[in-house]
Design a protein around this ligand. Sequence first.
Ligand code: GDP
Ligand code: MN
Length: 386
Amino acid sequence: MNLHEHQAKTLFKSYSLPTSNFFVAEKYEQAKELARKLNVSKWVVKAQVHAGGRGKAGGVEIVDNLDDVEAFAKKWLGKNLITYQTDKEGQPVSSILIEECTEILSEFYLGVVVDRSSKSIVVMASPQGGVNIEEVAEKTPENIYKASVKIDQGPSKDDALSLAKGLNLNKNQTEQFIKIFKNLTKLFIEKDLALVEINPLVIDENQNLKCLDGKISVDSNALFRQEDMKSLRDTSQEELRELKASEWDLNYVSLDGEIGCMVNGAGLAMATMDIIEISGGFPANFLDVGGGVNQKSVAEAFKIILSDDNVKVILINIFGGIVKCDVVAEGIISAVKEVGVNIPIVVRLKGNNADVAQSMLTDSELNIVFDSDLSNAAEKAVELSR
Ligand code: GDP
Ligand code: MN
């Protein structure tokens, strides 16, 4: 679950991470008054969406009069912002961050992620901030410094020092960085975060460190014990079909191909997408309906897949291990009738009672092609998608 920049910065403040003073406007009529309350003569105004790359897309501006603060808010509130990180529709802007402008002397990158293989969290810092970090990782990986923090041991001063050295900080800034390092990892662990990015972390006009941007992603699996984080969810920023799927506990990710996929098990779902691509087609989605598939979840999955206009054919790939294939076949048949599916469906069922399932599907006289071989089924789906 992603947070907005202003929510991230509020958390930063509560963990003593240095940020600028700011207000959030949800109506453009509030913008001037909030900007005035900051008592400065220069502001940064920023559209709040769950995506980066706003600067280059016009979603961040530096302004030096109240009329321009208002004009920016009026321009963006209620509109969609399209950046290189959004889809072509962009993300809706329903709030604007109004912040005192900082004079920047240097820009750095600071990020924290979970590293499963070493059972630790990894803090990454780079003197090349303010730019696309993926590009730095690709072209000049030696400019990214890393330190891993064991969850049970907490952050060490030596790790903080080694990163501070990589950023070429002076003595005073190094002291500040040690605090940032400590508090950031504390925030990360206490709030069950999956990702934090501060891009840029800057040196300001007073030679002090400051977080000018904040991206936070909370581990959704931990939300049951993070009530205060849960309330920060903004579903208007989420893809509609993914949102619907999450209501039914379906694991769905929207993609841009033509073949809708319905699979049980995440690994099998990924393998299915690979085989579709090998056969020359493109999946419209990732969908894991889970081990306990039933008619209700199959019907909801159909509705979600069919609400994507790009879908020309549906490929169902179920392995009957926990669930029996004939139960799934029954679910498919009644769901197809209930939802009114009018595009071809290719079904591959394997496992418990697959033979019974096959005759049920063949006898159903619905627009269903059955093949127990996954490669053949994928090829048929690709053919039908054309
Ligand atoms: P992003 O493009 O979505 O990552 O949004 P950012 O919050 O990173 O803002 C984009 C860029 O605007 C930053 O990389 C900075 O260079 C610049 N910026 C943001 N805040 C300030 C500020 O207070 N002062 C100045 N001079 N530039 C800023
Ligand atoms: Mn940024």
